[in-house]
Each structure stands twice: as C-alpha cells, then as structure tokens.
Design a protein around this ligand. Sequence first.
Ligand code: NI
Length: 210
Amino acid sequence: MPQTWIGRAGMALSVVLLLAAMGMAGWWYSSQPGDRLQAVDTGGQVPIGGPFQLVDQDGQTVTEADFSDRYMLIYFGFTYCPDVCPAALWEMTQALDMLEEADPDKAEKVVPIFITVDPERDDVAAMKSYVSHFHPRMLGLTGTTEQVAQAAREYRAYYKRVDDASASTYLMDHSSFIYFMNPAGDFVTSFTHQTPPEEMFSELEKLVKG
Ligand code: NI
C-alpha cells in the first residue's frame, strides 16, 4: 500500500532529522526494537521539546508552562489516522491506567497529550470528540497551522499532507514517537505506537518521582 510505503519513508526521514539534531547537540541515537529513541546526555543541550501555544478540547489556551509541575506524554498525530494514532493513544491510556492502579500519586503527575498535525480538520470540537475515546485526562491540542508547526518543530516531529486523488481526501504522513518529558520540560525518553503498554507502565513507574 502506498500509504504504508510513504509512512516508512517519513519515519526514515524523521529518524535522519533526529540523528542530525541529536548529533549537533552531542547526543547519541540508537535504533532499538520498535524504534525507541535512546538518548544519552553527553553535555549538549536537550534537542527535543520547547515552547508551544495551543488550544485544548475545551477551547482553553495551553502552553508548556501549564505543565511545569507535571510530566508530559506527548504524541503528534491526527484524528483521521486509520491505525497508528489510535494504537499510540490506546497504549498511553492503558499504561496510565496501570500506573493509576499501582501508584495513583505518580499517575496523577503524568499528563497524556495528543497534538494534532491536521488542524485544518481537527478543530476543537473534533479533538474533544476524539480524545473522549481514550484516557479521561487526555488533552487534545490543536491551533493555527503556524502554532501546530511551531510545536512540531520543537519536538522534531515530522508530518506531511498526502493527498489521495481517488478519494478526494487526504491523510497525514507523520512520525510516531511518544515523548516523555519531565517537569523541567526536558526530554527523558520516548516510546512508539508499538511499545507494549506494560513496558511503558514499568518505565513510567521507575521514572516518575513520587
Ligand atoms: Ni497517525
């Protein structure tokens, strides 16, 4: 399927961009099963994450400063995504449910965030409806084309509109990393839509300070 091929090409491109970004900052990247990003700080600046200003599913303006006392699990995607985005968001939901059961105080410190890369279709109402299928605390963020582009740039997230001439519609090709950020706004680690929820849960339990 062309979409699958394009998706792989996009992923490869995003990995190349991440490599370049991390290389410049003196970080180390290694491809792990499931394309996990493994970053080791060698003294450079944190290359992933930064300021953003978006709007949540209730129409409230949200910036990175709103999470200064929280950990963030951030995923970029779009609500029309047939499979990869739902898998990633469901994984985040399940992992947080497990953490909630094991350690409610830790779970409460983690905010699951879905940022659309398709603001043209994913307006506030569309995001509200969509995130209601996942974790009850999940935020669905959208904004202007430029606001979304700014957020994606900060996180080195790749996305590109792919038109489907035969169906007079389009899909968004996009990278698929779930970024885990600490309360200081620093990148800690990442997961993908293929990370088993149990694995995400056990890492969160280790990484979140009680
Ligand atoms: Ni997707």
